[in-house]
Structures are given as structure tokens and as C-alpha cells.
Ligand binder design. Structure first.
Ligand SMILES: *Cc1c(COP(=O)(O)O)cnc(C)c1O
Ligand code: SF4
Length: 340
């Protein structure tokens, strides 16, 4: 299979500078191309096709280049390659594990916790993570137009206990800068709002997303800005990600990270320790380590609670306190994330 090894190994796209939008539109979206670009044998294709039918493949090149070719166990590959196990129905694994359907007083807004609201700023993502609890999310119902945003803004305006607006999705940075600049301006005009928080994976998946247009509106707002990135493994942080983080920090953005504890991706003490160390090198502080939500089609990523707790207890011995993420679970009906 020598030829296979030669065509594998993604030296593909020339490094001409393309916009993040172009990079996103050129993302790999089919099982054959993904397996071929990574030199994976034919035995991976049926599983990839079956999973793809349930939840589309989406992997931009900028992320693909961090995956080791010819290695089905690569921790980044496992996050994006569908496997046959996704078609298994597992008892207790549901399609809306967080029961968010109960907390949407207004289109595009979720108010579950005190003092902060979550806004679905974009239904789209730049990558489709196989473990995602939003893989069954009714996105089409949650992409408000500018007129519909007025309702969400009015909701925040009339509740002075709300200090923080959290842009979420999908991935909020999949929205255009024009839209995001407008929304941020509207939010900043609400006197009791102090902070704008953005939960995103885009600066990791396509670091060129952190361009001048993004930095312009982020640095123009009076609101304090926090970005919670979503990184599960140290290999996701290459120099392009470090550079993107540097650009954000230069504009005064506080950078935090949340991870999901995933079997076969980051379920070992050395892997978690390396992740925290690497995050700090990039100027990011670990925030949450989520135990996996029981979402249908992703049971093969699950780690029992006892094992999760044991991992984190051991991790304490390897890291300074400020590099320890908090192990949490989201339990429907609770007023906060629940520490384990
Ligand atoms: C996770 C989450 C938040 C933010 O919680 P923090 O503990 O402040 O990070 C807010 N709203 C919703 C609906 C959430 O799921
Ligand atoms: S980027 Fe986040 S929301 Fe989008 S698929 Fe991945 S985990 Fe899910």
C-alpha cells in the first residue's frame, strides 16, 4: 500500500491566504475525501458513511493538518471521523440531554442560570464534533433575524439582574462580523450588562477567523470580553492557534477553555496535564472539564463518573492549582453546572 501512503498525509492546499469564509466553504464534507486525505484504509469507510448520514462530516483543512495521517487512533481524528458505533441506540442516551427546550422564553435566548443569558448567535459550526450534544439540536428554529433579536434584547433590557450575555451556538463566530458587531453594539447599550462572553471553537478550528474585522468589534465594545474556547487535546494547539490567541489577548480578551472528557481522546492523566500546560503556553486558562452528556449516537465516548473523578484526583498531583479545570456536569433543572 505504498501509493496509499504517498497520497495520504495532507500536504494539499497551498498556503495562500484565504479568508476564513473560503476555508469554511472548502471544508471536507464527505467520508471518502476525509478517509482518503488521512490515508485511512477502506475498512473505515462504511462506518464513516453511516455516521455521516446521521450527522454530517465537516472538517476544515486548517484542522485536518493537525491530524496525524494513517493513524485511526489520532485524538483529533476521533473527534471528527464518524464510526459505525454512532448508529447504535443506547438506552438512556437522548436527543436533548440538557432539556434546553424548557428554558427558551424567547427565540434564540436561553435563561437557565442567574445573572447570565445565553444567546444562540449562529446555528452553524465550523466543524462537526462527533460527540456534540447539539447534534440533534433543532437549529433551524434558532437563527433569529435582526427583528427577532429585538425580542431577546428587550428581555435582557427589562431584567436588571442580567450582567452577562453569552454568545453561543452552534458556533457564534460562524456568524458574520457585521451581524456580530451589530449585536454587540445593541448589547453594550444595555446599562446593566457588564460582560460579553463568547463560547467558540472557531479560533481553534480556523485560526484565521481571528482577523481584523473580528478584532475591530471585539476591541471597540465597552463590555469586558471573555472568550471560552473549546479545546480537548494539546495537539489542537499549533502555532497558528497560539498566534490567534495572542491577537485576542492584545485586544484585552480574557481567554478560558472548556474541554469534554472523551474516551480515546483525552482520558488519561498525562494527556490532560499536557493539555493544561499547552493551554497556558497559548495564554489560555483551563475553566471546565465537562463529563460527557449522554447524547444518542455518541455513547462510545462515555467515561464512567468514577473514572472521571479518579482521573481528576490524580491530575491534581501534576498541575499547579490554576491549571486545574473544574470537573462538572450539566444536570437539567439545576441552577449551575454541577461539580463532581
Ligand atoms: C453553561 C451555561 C451557562 C454558563 O455557565 P457558567 O457556569 O457561567 O460558565 C449559561 N447558560 C447556559 C444555558 C449554560 O448552559
Ligand atoms: S464546535 Fe461545539 S457546538 Fe459545534 S459541533 Fe463541535 S462541540 Fe458541537
Amino acid at each position: 500500500m505504498q501509493e496509499n501512503i504517498i497520497i495520504a498525509g495532507h500536504p494539499a492546499p497551498a498556503q495562500v491566504s484565504t479568508s476564513w469564509q473560503q476555508q469554511l466553504s472548502q471544508a471536507i464534507r464527505d467520508p471518502d475525501t476525509l478517509c482518503q486525505r488521512l490515508g485511512l484504509g477502506a475498512q473505515w469507510l462504511p462506518g464513516a458513511q453511516a455516521g455521516h448520514r446521521l450527522f454530517d462530516i465537516c472538517v476544515p483543512d486548517a484542522y485536518l493538518t493537525r491530524i496525524k495521517p494513517n493513524d485511526p487512533n489520532d485524538p483529533l481524528l476521533r473527534q471528527v471521523l464518524p464510526i459505525g458505533d454512532e448508529t447504535l441506540a443506547s438506552p438512556g442516551y437522548v436527543t436533548d440531554p440538557l432539556e434546553e427546550a424548557d428554558h427558551r422564553p424567547i427565540k434564540g435566548l436561553i435563561h437557565k442560570y442567574a445573572n447570565r443569558v445565553l444567546l444562540i448567535a449562529s446555528p452553524a459550526c465550523a466543524i462537526n464534533c462527533r460527540y456534540c450534544f447539539r447534534r440533534h439540536f433543532p437549529y433551524s428554529e434558532h437563527s433569529p433575524s435582526r427583528a427577532q433579536w429585538q425580542e431577546a434584547l428587550a428581555y435582557i433590557r427589562q431584567d436588571t439582574s442580567i450582567h452577562e450575555a453569552i454568545l453561543s451556538g452552534g458556533d457564534p463566530l460562524a456568524a458574520s462580523d457585521r451581524q456580530l458587531a451589530w449585536l454587540t453594539e445593541q448589547l453594550a447599550s444595555i446599562p446593566h450588562l457588564k460582560r460579553l462572553r463568547i463560547h467558540t471553537r472557531l479560533p481553534v478550528v480556523i485560526p484565521d477567523r481571528v482577523d481584523d474585522a473580528l478584532l475591530a468589534w471585539l476591541s471597540a465594545t465597552r463590555l469586558q470580553t471573555v472568550m471560552v474556547l473549546h479545546i480537548n487535546h494539546a495537539n489542537e494547539i499549533d502555532q497558528t492557534v497560539v498566534d490567534a490567541c495572542t491577537r485576542l489577548k492584545q485586544k484585552g480578551v480574557t481567554l478560558l477553555n472548556q474541554s469534554v472528557l472523551l474516551k480515546g481522546v483525552n482520558d488519561s492523566v498525562p494527556t490532560l496535564a499536557a493539555l493544561s500546560e499547552r493551554l497556558f503556553e497559548a495564554g489560555i486558562l483551563p475553566y471546565y472539564l465537562h463529563v460527557f452528556d449522554p447524547v444518542q449516537g455518541a455513547a462510545h465516548f462515555d467515561i464512567p463518573d468514577a473514572e472521571a473523578k479518579a482521573l481528576v484526583t490524580q491530575l491534581l498531583e501534576h498541575l499547579p492549582g490554576f491549571l486545574m479545570p473544574r470537573l462538572v456536569r450539566e444536570i437539567p433543572g439545576k441552577a449551575s453546572k454541577t461539580p463532581l
